[in-house]
Design a protein around this ligand. Structure first.
Ligand code: HEM
Ligand code: HEM
Length: 179
């Protein structure tokens, strides 16, 4: 039930997938909202919320990578050597890599501003970069470019999932119900 098998996603992988899907789509929307605003005392809490949820996303992706070492995900349905299956696997790897780089770049950029990065108004993260305008600009440029790349890859990922569901293969179903 909890573990993945050769054919199915267990409960832990499914809960991680859908929690992260919701979290990442919210973070993308929240990120675009704050990037469009003038920073002010009124909007500070939105930055705090974005940083807090972004850090939760980093923890979840690391947990998910560890979990997939313990309980490897199922083989893709159909021929694993066929192009769509290989593209889907490539996309998953790119998504995992981006989900580590994006929050780390956010953390570096936030450290470089010299302001404390406080999660959920309680936990202060240690700074991981010197206070420097050059670091800040570079890190947020990386954050911006990688988030837009993620939006593109996720667009293909979601379109691919629905295309396979319409074709009648069980890929989406097994990520929802596990079988
Ligand atoms: C409506 C949105 C989404 C749908 C319908 C969807 C659907 C799916 C399905 C069906 C699979 C299983 C693929 C397979 O068996 O080969 C999958 C895997 C995956 N999805 Fe999504 N997904 C969605 C959103 C997201 C989002 C937002 C993320 C980013 C956090 C994401 C990241 C992943 C990753 C990394 C895998 C690979 C799991 C593994 O390691 O095997 N998905 N998705
Ligand atoms: C997976 C996690 C994350 C996602 C998907 C994400 C997404 C985004 C997006 C889409 C933007 C807008 C980019 C733009 O158009 O300029 C943004 C901005 C921002 N992010 Fe994140 N983010 C994540 C994690 C973090 C973390 C962990 C931090 C800090 C600890 C952070 C700090 C910021 C800040 C300060 C901005 C505003 C930058 C500016 O004003 O130009 N983000 N984020």
């Amino acid at each position: 039930m909890f573990f993945n098998t050769h054919e199915t996603f267990g409960l832990i992988s499914r809960i991680l997938h859908w929690t992260m899907a919701l979290l990442i789509l919210s973070l993308l929307a929240l990120g675009l909202t704050i990037a469009d605003m003038e920073p002010s005392l009124d909007s500070l809490w939105l930055y705090g919320l974005h940083k807090s949820l972004g850090f939760v996303a980093l923890i979840l992706v690391l947990l998910r990578l560890v979990w997939h070492r313990i309980s490897p995900p199922p083989h893709p349905l159909g021929d694993p050597a066929a192009l769509p299956q290989r593209l889907a696997r490539g996309a998953h790897r790119v998504i995992y890599a981006l989900l580590v780089i994006i929050p780390m770049a956010g953390w570096v950029g936030s450290s470089a501003t010299g302001l404390d990065t406080v999660l959920f108004n309680t936990l202060t993260l240690p700074p991981i970069a010197p206070v420097s305008e050059a670091w800040e600009t570079t890190a947020f440029t990386v954050h911006w470019a990688t988030t837009w790349t993620l939006m593109g890859v996720l667009g293909l990922h979601i379109a691919g999932a629905f295309a396979r569901a319409i074709k009648g293969d069980n890929t989406l179903e097994r990520m929802i119900s596990g079988s």
